[in-house]
Design a binder for this molecule. Structure first.
Ligand code: GAP
Length: 440
């Protein structure tokens, strides 16, 4: 594809997201707020489904991982200890013609900006370190308000609870703590739709290991995370690993690999997988004065565990699943989302909206499906059946069920498949098991 075509694909996805209720610009009626996005009725379902699949694979399907939901606001000492106050920075340069600010390491954006000045020579200021932590003020007395930070990564809430989790569960090393939640970064240039936002959600695993097992388990988690994306239908050829250069690694990382996705705006970071060594626990031990060592009963010794981290973006996953699923097939647009991720698991239509018998029967099927599938089911009785199919294809509904005059005679309905567009006649009593099959 040429870059023109690919750019068009992103624009189409932005338009579809707004039109159908996946993603809207944040605070839109006030002119927006750069780097913020609101998820509409379908977007919140897609995003929740991604989070649910993450939680299932990390927490419910494993014995060595437990969940946590830590506060967003933390004692500011946490961020000094974790190194974020000193080192959570991006290199910032400013255009001397128009004072617009950019990241010095985003060369393509710099070149694009230089071209926008149409032949004028652009001089840049020297790069300076720009801290990404977002500050807030907490307290009820104006002059005595405490400066706090909105968390720049969800990670630290887990590490400060390392001992709490150990003493309140029966976990032993190696074990992990999974968490999903919001993070905030004062990104210099938010952009590419939701790809780089200032408020976003992360889904992470912090896995505590014996230092000598770190490398082996690092490898294991890299493979597990890649398999997870593929198990949810991501195109294999559009995913790859990339190791960070030494000068590119975050201050806490001993080793860092990204899972990247081949997006319409190039290969981009999807998820970061890091060997954080004992950075976090040793820093928190030093700054809090608390003993954060682990006593290994089998080895009869105390040590600070190493941490293997898998850190994915929920918004990035939502965007890349949308991009990966988007297809144009003749006159229809179809989101070939894995049924587990699709906002609606099925849609139910009465063939004609003005025939009370058909509508009543369709309502019965719809209500039954809602209670057996325990997931959103769509109802549509507008326009003709062809248009209803197209409308459901565009939002990724895996099957459409039509109740027609024959249904009233023999309790059968038509099931139409989103991907093949094939239609089958099945007994009403078999409909839910056919849908459930797609969800397993
Ligand atoms: N705890 C480690 C950590 O936060 P990171 O590589 O900075 O590592 C992890 O971020 C993931 O969070 C990224 O791979 C991406 O999916 C997501 N992410 C980071 N910054 C983001 C942003 N500004 N907007 C959307 N997602 C972002």
């Amino acid at each position: 594809m040429t870059s023109n075509n690919t750019q068009t694909k992103l624009e189409k996805i932005v338009a579809l997201s707004k039109r159908r209720g996946f993603i809207y610009p944040g605070s839109e009626i006030y002119g927006g707020l750069a780097g913020t996005w609101d998820y509409g009725p379908l977007g919140v379902e897609l995003k929740n489904n991604i989070k649910r699949e993450f939680w299932k694979s990390m927490v419910y399907n494993r014995q060595d991982v437990v969940g946590l939901d830590a506060a967003i606001l933390m004692n500011p000492k946490v961020w000094e200890a974790s190194g974020h106050v000193a080192a959570f920075t991006d290199p910032l340069v400013e255009c001397k013609i128009c004072n617009e600010r950019f990241r010095a390491d985003h060369k393509e954006e710099l070149t694009e900006h230089e071209t926008s000045h149409k032949g004028k020579k652009v001089d840049w200021t020297e790069p300076k370190k720009f801290n990404l932590l977002v500050e807030a003020k907490l307290g009820v007395v104006e002059d005595a308000k405490q400066k706090v930070y909105l968390r720049g990564e969800i990670t630290q809430g887990v590490h400060v609870n390392f001992k709490n989790v150990l003493s309140s569960t029966r976990q032993q090393i190696p074990f992990g703590i999974a968490q999903i939640g919001k993070a905030f970064r004062n990104e210099i240039t938010p952009g590419n739709f939701t790809f780089r936002s200032r408020e976003f959600e992360q889904m992470e695993l912090q896995y505590y290991v014996k230092p000598e097992e770190a490398e082996k388990l690092y490898k294991y988690w890299k493979e597990e995370r890649m398999k997870w994306y593929m198990s949810l239908g991501m195109t294999k050829e559009k995913l790859r690993f990339r190791q960070h250069e030494e000068n590119e690694r975050a201050h806490y990382a001993k080793d860092a690999w990204d899972i990247e996705y081949d997006s319409p705006f190039g290969w981009k970071e999807f998820e970061g997988i890091h060997n954080r060594g004992d950075w976090d626990l040793s820093q928190h031990q030093k700054h809090s004065g608390q003993d954060l060592t682990y006593f290994d009963q089998q080895e009869d010794k105390k040590y600070l565990p190493y941490i293997i981290e898998t850190s994915g973006g929920v918004d990035r996953a939502t965007l890349f699943f949308l991009i990966d699923a988007y297809a144009e097939d003749g006159d229809r647009v179809v989101l070939k989302l894995n049924p587990k991720l699709a906002p609606y698991k099925a849609a139910v239509f009465p063939l004609l909206a003005n025939k009370p018998d058909l509508v009543a029967k369709a309502k019965e099927v719809y209500e039954n499906l809602k209670s057996t599938i325990q997931n959103p089911i769509s109802w549509d009785d507008r326009g003709n059946i062809g248009k209803r199919y197209l409308s459901q294809d565009e939002i990724g509904t895996p099957v459409c069920i039509t109740i027609d005059f024959q249904t009233l005679q023999d309790d059968t309905v038509t099931i139409r498949d989103r991907d093949t567009t094939k239609q089958n006649r099945v007994k009403i009593k078999d409909v839910s098991s056919q849908i459930e099959e797609k969800l397993n």
